[in-house]
Design a protein around this ligand. Structure first.
Ligand code: PGA
Length: 241
């Protein structure tokens, strides 16, 4: 269960939120569920310091990385830098990156490779927009995105990544895919890829249980609800099964 904070929380707010999570989560939660937070870059050092000092069983990662290792790429953050900060995960190809930063399949693929090069686990986001869903082309679209993202990734690496199926029309909109819609996508993906598949798109305390009841849904990539500790805990506990 991963909390994608997006562009929310400065480093002081990040510390406060992780402290609250540490208070809310119990040993039984950590034993049953892998919990991760994905703060903005500027928060990661603070989050690392707190998690290390208190030996919290919360993993953390970033929301993006550069496809390049280092050099003249103003404003970019490399996987090497993230690995050095103890990150375990990095989101790659989130629909907001695809839409607002023109990330296409070759770039997503290069970022997946860059993540693996430094032993970060990529959380590769795929999912269709509303028009594609309405044209009933969502399965082909989603699988094509995945093929592009994973091109020339060796099978032993591909098995270790995390896939997040996030129908774009459900992200931040309050519209969630029905468990049946999510099941179709997840089963299709899992038939081809033996890896963890998270669902994302307006997952919240009210709908987490019915989504997580689907055997093909291994967890969730949670945006809005991950900013509120109690909500995130309820969502995480929906995965206890
Ligand atoms: P949301 O975001 O839960 O706010 O819809 C999910 C995501 O974009 O990862």
């Amino acid at each position: 269960m991963a909390g994608n904070w997006k562009m929310n929380n400065n480093h002081l707010e990040a510390i406060a939120l992780v402290q609250k999570l540490a208070f809310v989560f119990k040993d039984a939660d950590y034993e049953a569920v892998d919990i991760a937070v994905l703060p903005p870059f500027t928060d990661i050092r603070s989050v690392q310091t707190l998690i290390d000092a208190d030996r919290l069983r919360i993993a953390y990662g970033a929301q993006d990385l550069s496809a390049h290792e280092k050099g003249a790429y103003t404003g970019e953050i490399s996987g090497v830098m993230l690995a050095k900060l103890g990150c375990s995960y990095v989101v790659v190809g989130h629909s907001e990156r695809r839409e607002y930063h023109a990330e296409d399949e070759p770039l997503v693929n290069a970022k997946v490779k860059a993540a693996f090069a430094v032993r970060l686990t990529p959380i590769v986001c795929i999912g269709e927009g509303l028009e594609i869903r309405q044209a009933d082309e969502h399965v082909a679209h989603t699988l094509a995105q995945l093929d592009g993202a994973l091109e020339k990734i060796p099978a032993d690496q591909a098995r270790t990544l995390v896939i997040a199926y996030e129908p774009v029309w459900a992200i931040g909109t309050g519209r969630t895919a029905t468990p049946e819609m999510a099941r179709e996508a997840h089963e299709t993906i899992k038939a081809l890829h033996d890896t963890r598949v998270l669902y994302g798109g307006s997952v919240k305390p009210e709908n987490a249980a019915e989504l997580m009841a689907q055997p093909a849904i291994d967890g969730a990539l949670v945006g809005g609800a991950s900013l509120e500790p109690e909500s995130f805990a309820v969502v995480c506990r929906a995965a206890l099964r």
